[in-house]
Structures are given as C-alpha cells and as structure tokens.
Write a protein that binds this ligand. Structure first.
Ligand SMILES: Nc1ncnc2c1ncn2[C@@H]1O[C@H](COP(=O)(O)OP(=O)(O)OP(=O)(O)O)[C@@H](O)[C@H]1O
Ligand SMILES: O=P(O)(O)OC[C@H]1O[C@H](OP(=O)(O)OP(=O)(O)O)[C@H](O)[C@@H]1O
Length: 212
C-alpha cells in the first residue's frame, strides 16, 4: 500500500485557494471543507494527509520532514531562509513586498532609519544592499500604524491592492520583491517520493494551463 503524502497548508487567506488547486488535481479530501477545529485530514483512497498550520509555520513542517510538501508565500521563504526545494510558483497569493511611509517621506542616509516590519530579515537585507543604516522594530501585524504614531520612519510590508496604505495616508516608496505562493518539498522526501511529487507538479501545471 502506498505511503501517505503529508501536505502542509496555510490557514487563512491562502489556504482555500491552495486546497482548490490540490483538489483540482485529484488530491481532494472532502471532509476538509467542513468548518470545524480539526487540523489533520486524511483521505484513505488517494493516500493524502493534510495539516492546517499557521502560514508562517508551513516551511518549518516541510523543512523538518513532518510534511513532505507544502504551500507557502515566497515572503515566508525569503524571511526564514528555509532549506527546502521550491518546486512551483502557483500564481496565487500575488502581492509584493515594499517599503512604504507617510506620503512625501524621503529615504535619506542622514540618520538611522527606523523600520517597522513583520519581516526583519528581508528588510535588513534590502537596506544593507542600499548601504543604509536601519533599526528594526519587529511587529506582528497592523504595521501601517507605526509611522502614523511616529514610532517608525517607514514600514516594510506586503502590498496587494494598496488599500491599507491608502486608507492610512501612506504610500509605497520602493518595491522590494514580487511575492506569490510556492509549492515546496522536503529535500529528503522529494528524492524518496520523486515520481509522485513530479506527477503532482505536472498535474498542477496542466491545471494552470487550462485555467489560462
Ligand atoms: N494582502 C495580501 N494579498 C495577497 N497575499 C497576501 C496578502 N497578505 C499576505 N499575503 C500572502 O498570503 C500569505 C498568508 O497571509 P495571511 O495574512 O493569511 O497570514 P498571516 O496572518 O500573515 O500569517 P501568520 O499568522 O503566520 O503571521 C502571506 O505569507 C503572503 O504570501
Ligand atoms: O494592499 P492591501 O490589499 O491593502 O493588502 C496589504 C495588507 O494585507 C496584509 O495585512 P493582513 O490583512 O494580513 O493583516 P495584518 O496587518 O494583521 O498583517 C498586509 O500586511 C497589509 O497590511
């Protein structure tokens, strides 16, 4: 009997879209649609098992081999420097990482720039390349408030439609990197499950072609 393929999915805004893709290639698990507090779902017929985890934990489960594959935003992979294989860009969860500030903010090298962010590593690397001195203020959400309260000079955060910036009188200042969701695999498990995971990638690519 085939081994189960363990798949880590991100709870929240990406999760449903991610699962739709997997269901579309025959990796469905009907009970997953039931709204309850269950976190692990399995389908005995097609030997898949799903774990619903926090988006920022997906790559941890995959890196440690608790999950064979997972779906995660590129922002998380860049921030965590995850040691996993990145197999596919799924074209969902599209947004960008950007520097933003109160309208009219100029980025200067005169003084240490205070940067509020959920992504300290991405921010540090970006400003290091610009040879700018910064101080990181690590937050976990509602980052846009920090410059309004003069707690930071700028923010580094995700921008999708730009609505959150606009509604808080902020504007994007510089783009850092485009973001989208990726299919990732544990390195050892990828070798072990090579045929099955390659087939999975092919089917996803076919599905994406059809949807074009
Ligand atoms: N506004 C957005 N538009 C499109 N994609 C987004 C947006 N915000 C985040 N994402 C993408 O979706 C992923 C999950 O975001 P979500 O907001 O659901 O998680 P989170 O609350 O930030 O996670 P955690 O609770 O682990 O901190 C992000 O890693 C990113 O790749
Ligand atoms: O450009 P927009 O379409 O407005 O999207 C960008 C917003 O979405 C994310 O926030 P999220 O909703 O995850 O809330 P958070 O502040 O708790 O991170 C991100 O951190 C921005 O605040």
């Amino acid at each position: 009997m085939a081994e189960y393929l363990n798949i880590a999915l991100p709870k929240g805004r990406l999760g449903e879209k991610a699962y739709d893709i997997l269901e579309g290639i025959g990796f469905g698990c009907p009970s997953i649609r039931e709204q309850n507090r269950k976190l692990i779902f399995e389908n005995e017929e097609n030997h898949v098992r799903y774990f619903w985890v926090k988006p920022s934990d997906v790559a941890v489960y995959v890196e440690r081999g608790a999950a064979d594959v997972g779906i995660v935003g590129k922002d998380i992979l860049l921030e965590q420097g995850s040691d996993v294989y990145e197999l596919l860009d799924l074209g969902i969860g599209k947004c960008r990482m950007a520097v933003a500030g109160i309208k009219g903010t100029r980025l200067t090298t005169d003084k240490t720039l205070r940067v509020a962010t959920k992504f300290p590593n991405i921010a540090r690397e970006y400003f290091r390349r610009q040879s700018m001195e910064i101080e990181i203020i690590k937050l976990h959400g509602s980052i846009e408030i920090a410059p309004i309260l003069h707690m930071s000079d700028v923010i580094v955060d995700i921008v999708e439609t730009g609505t959150t910036l606009k509604e808080n009188n902020l504007e994007p200042l510089e783009d850092i990197v485009p973001i989208s969701a990726r299919l990732i695999a544990n390195k050892a498990s990828y070798q072990f499950n090579y045929e099955r995971v390659r087939k999975m990638c092919e089917k996803i690519e076919e599905l994406r072609e059809k949807a074009k």
